[in-house]
Design a protein around this ligand. Structure first.
Ligand code: ARG
Length: 268
């Protein structure tokens, strides 16, 4: 049953957003980016969160870090404990310490420098019972154990196999409790079997919607913020009683990210 709960999100205004390198198949530096439009679209999402009763904290963007807008990658926060990000690609390396410093300045009591490569909530998705953890492209398998030992939540490792869905949050979303939606084609057959066993009632997204970044959504338990183009996903959610809010982040899609990528949840 969909049920609302107010959230705290961390976001980073895309003032320095651009596509200047390629670290995922969506990024094409030869395609023009409209930075002003990126900011306008991002402001729309931020305003929508606030209108619906959520708190949005902001981290100062840094020149030369065009991907910093994808705040979901900046850390993982569970029960007020922060696991810092440790990026795989050198281009994003400085974002890890920048985000961790934000948490230290803010006074989060436990802030851990990650020993192993992990890209924050991009690859860690929390359900009521599990911490789902992706590997295969970015976060390392070793980081899954590191997260389990820090958070004391049972980790389920899932292997991603399609380079278009290089982070878990491009392939799977948590709607509320232990209710998830995912794209089966993004996972190895064995990891898919694990998902089917643990979540037999999960919603399944079509390959077409997944390719429109339809799974990169944010849910507060009732309101679901969904990339606008993914109309099939939106329809499925409406039928289940969720309030769907279509969001247009077309500019940020050029970097290989959408709604969820821009949103880091701060769980106290
Ligand atoms: N260009 C960024 C990268 O490849 C996009 C990150 C998207 N973030 C996410 N949580 N999936 O790292």
């Amino acid at each position: 049953m969909p049920r609302f709960s107010p959230r705290r999100y961390l976001m980073c205004r895309p003032e320095f957003f651009d596509v200047t390198y390629t670290i995922n198949p969506w990024m094409d530096p030869s395609k023009a980016v409209d930075a002003e439009l990126a900011v306008t679209q991002w402001e729309g999402l931020r305003a929508l969160y606030e209108e619906l009763g959520h708190t949005v904290e902001l981290i100062e963007p840094i020149a030369g870090l065009p991907d910093m807008v994808y705040a979901a990658n900046g850390a993982t926060v569970v029960d007020g404990k922060v696991l810092g990000a440790h990026f795989r690609n050198a281009e994003r390396g400085p974002e890890g310490p920048a985000y961790l410093q934000w948490f230290r300045d803010y006074g989060f009591p436990v802030t851990r420098d990650a020993a192993h490569i992990n890209e924050g909530e991009g690859d860690f998705r929390l359900t009521a019972s599990w911490l789902l953890a992706g590997h295969g492209f970015r976060s390392s398998l070793a980081s899954h154990t590191e997260a389990q030992e820090l958070f004391g939540r049972p980790v389920i490792s899932l292997q991603l196999v399609d380079p278009r869905y290089y982070h878990l949050d491009t392939a799977l979303t948590v709607l509320e409790g232990d209710t998830i939606m995912y794209n089966p084609e993004a996972f190895s057959p064995e990891s898919l079997a694990v998902l089917r066993r643990i979540f037999p009632d999960a919603l399944i997204a079509s390959a077409e919607d997944a390719a429109k970044f339809g799974l990169n959504m944010v849910s507060d338990g009732l309101n679901v913020f969904v990339p606008e183009a993914a109309q099939g996903v939106a329809e499925q959610l409406r039928r289940r009683g969720y309030m769907v809010h279509p969001v247009d982040l077309s500019e940020l899609l050029k970097g290989g990210g959408s709604v969820k990528c821009c949103t880091l949840e701060l769980r106290s």
